[in-house]
Design a protein around this ligand. Structure first.
Ligand SMILES: *Cc1c(COP(=O)(O)O)cnc(C)c1O
Length: 252
């Protein structure tokens, strides 16, 4: 597809998603400015990312560190990118990829272990930067999902211990929580999981008042409106804006 046609399509879908965010914020009595859209571009080629940027997107969400860094380099080589463009790492990060994340991303949504935190801290301090991080929580308790379990009081105590340790890492800044609930076709069944994440955030902010637990990263194409009603500050929308994803590793 010619890049301008693609940009038009992405622009139109972005407008629709923004409109829906705005309506959901209104229903919940929230200021829509408190909700930031992350457009998830994993497995999409650089042309499609350019189209999204063309359409006004300033936050790109990526899942695979190497793929993302390759796309960053491809885009930078081709043209100057907007100065306020942010790259958000939203996927599980293996500890050995910590350097790529610490060097190249604006924020990590998916911090899920002390080992990863420790390595990120080392590489971020080598870069002389502080990396904002969100802790990923597996609110649904699914075996297949990453993130800290939090469905029992013991889980929460363990998570709090982990937070205490992460607080010692001066090159990391905890900003909030992220979750990926079980998949449903429709948003409503995801609501209790979003609510659980918010409740956990409120609990942690009583335990750790030194941390500004501002961010709740929750909601994808299927359920972002419900997530906004439940307090999301970052929604991660892929398919509803970018269209279907090319399979990983295949040419687009
Ligand atoms: C892929 C992905 C998304 C986007 O999902 P869509 O259904 O395409 O909107 C959001 N969050 C994470 C963690 C993802 O991996």
């Amino acid at each position: 597809m010619p890049i301008l046609a693609l940009a038009d399509q992405i622009r139109e879908r972005t407008a629709r998603v923004r409109e829906e965010i705005s309506r959901a914020a209104k229903r919940a009595g929230r200021d829509e400015k408190g909700v930031r859209l992350v457009v998830v571009t994993k497995t999409h080629p650089p042309e499609s990312l350019l189209a999204a940027i063309e359409a006004g997107t300033r936050r790109l969400g990526e899942n695979y560190a190497e793929e993302a860094v390759a796309k960053m380099q491809a885009l930078q080589a081709r043209q100057s990118l907007p100065g306020d463009l942010e790259w958000h790492m939203i996927g599980h990060v293996q500890s050995r990829k910590a350097d790529l994340v610490a060097q190249n991303f604006s924020v990590l949504h998916s911090l899920d272990s002390l080992k990863l935190a420790s390595r990120l801290n080392r590489f971020a301090s080598e870069q002389g930067r502080v990396l904002p991080v969100l802790l990923e929580v597996n609110v649904g308790g699914e075996q297949s999902k990453f993130g800290y379990p939090a469905s029992t009081p013991v889980n929460v105590v363990n998570l709090a211990r982990e937070v205490e340790q992460i607080l010692q890492f001066s090159a990391l800044k905890i900003c909030g929580l992220m979750t990926m609930p079980p998949f449903f076709e429709d948003g409503e069944p995801a609501r209790p999981y979003f609510r659980a994440l918010r409740t956990l955030r409120d609990d942690l902010s009583r335990r750790f008042p030194v941390i500004a637990w501002d961010e709740l990263s929750m909601g994808t194409s299927a359920d972002f409106a419900v997530a906004v009603e439940e307090g999301a500050t970052l929604v991660r929308v892929g398919t509803a804006i970018m269209g279907p994803r090319p399979a990983r590793g295949e040419p687009a």
